[in-house]
Write a protein that binds this ligand. Structure first.
Ligand code: UDP
Ligand code: MG
Length: 317
């Protein structure tokens, strides 16, 4: 069986079309399947629409979260309840085309345990495209493990991979990185990312920036090392300055006037210290999030699941 996990936040216009295209794609595949819609506490009628469809379609299950947990955590909630031998993750705004599912499933059947997808093209504006691209470049350069370029959530994972993922209870989640970290036989498919079917992006710019920082800080210690390098660098510059001052004092008659240089170097060093503290703070904040050991998410209601399912670690139901 194949599980398809989809986080949804304010997508009422898209759900009927999403359901129709998913159903078409899975009919083509012919395997048994379940669709898990995770309602991330939508403010519109998304939940009612999901519920209505789940009454008509026994393949469709719904998880209703107790508040808005953000899409990475919503996906994790869906994964924890998935029963499939393979689990597919995709966005619910039809930017990830359901028509790609047969190809992904075929790759899985041919022996790959992870099939991720890479965006050949995007329909976002130039600024956003540039930001996404820079993010992947940055991850490529600084991540402690290789993470494929242009690969986001849209992917298929074998049950073996999902079991490992479920043991990774970190709070600051970057699923594309976690998936790469797990390993196994992985392969990628290129696809053209479509425009949103309806509505506005639910990931605001500030959420995207936070998400990018989560990705970077969870998979790289390079920022910490940066602080060390900057420290070495400025110590070296100070040493050169000291040599010059000694030289001027001993061998020349020039008096060193230096109000501007003093203030500038104080400002520079002060700025560097604050920057470094900020970087350390990013890690400390994340460590604090982890040690609190709160559950990742809270479920208000589950619809369409069998009652007998055992409770999954990390969730409160
Ligand atoms: N989403 C969610 N919770 C949120 C924000 C978004 O579950 O707090 C869902 C959203 O409904 C969509 C997916 O996550 O199905 C991706 O969101 P969006 O399209 O806004 O992100 P983008 O494509 O801009 O990265
Ligand atoms: Mg989107």
């Amino acid at each position: 069986m194949i599980s398809i996990v989809i986080p949804l936040y304010n997508e009422q216009e898209t759900i009927p079309e999403l359901h129709r295209r998913l159903t078409d794609a899975m009919k083509k595949v012919g395997d048994d399947y379940e669709i898990i819609f995770v309602n991330d506490n939508s403010k519109d009628n998304s939940f009612e629409v999901m519920k209505k469809f789940s009454q008509q379609d026994s393949h469709l299950k719904v998880i209703d979260l107790a508040r808005n947990f953000g899409h990475q955590v919503a996906i994790s909630a869906g994964i924890d309840s998935a029963n499939g031998d393979a689990v597919i993750l995709m966005d619910g705004d039809l930017q990830d085309p359901p028509e790609l599912l047969p190809e992904m499933i075929a790759k899985w059947k041919s022996g790959f345990e992870v099939v991720y997808t890479m965006k050949k093209s995007r329909k976002e504006n130039a600024l956003k495209r540039f930001a996404f691209h820079s993010f992947y470049e940055l991850m490529q350069r600084f991540s402690s493990i290789p993470i494929p370029m242009e690969a986001g959530n849209f992917s298929l994972m074998d049950r073996k991979v999902v079991s490992v993922l479920q043991t990774m209870q970190e709070r600051n989640r970057y699923l594309a990185g976690m998936r790469a970290w797990i390993g196994f036989r992985q392969t990628g498919i290129w696809f053209d990312r479509e425009a949103r079917f309806a509505g506005k992006p639910q990931m605001t710019i500030s959420r995207l920036i936070n998400f990018a920082l989560d990705g970077l800080f969870s998979f790289s210690n390079a920022p910490l090392r940066l602080a060390t390098y900057v420290g070495f660098g400025s110590a070296f510059v100070a040493f050169l300055g000291m040599l010059y001052v000694l030289y001027a004092k001993l061998f020349t008659n020039t008096a060193l006037i230096g109000w501007a240089s003093t203030i500038l170097s104080i400002l520079f060093i002060g700025g560097m210290i604050l920057l470094t503290l900020g970087i350390i703070g990013e890690y400390v904040g994340r460590i604090y999030d982890e040690v609190k050991q709160r559950p990742l998410y809270v479920v208000r209601e589950k619809i369409g699941f069998e009652k007998s399912r055992e409770r999954v670690a990390g969730s409160i139901e």
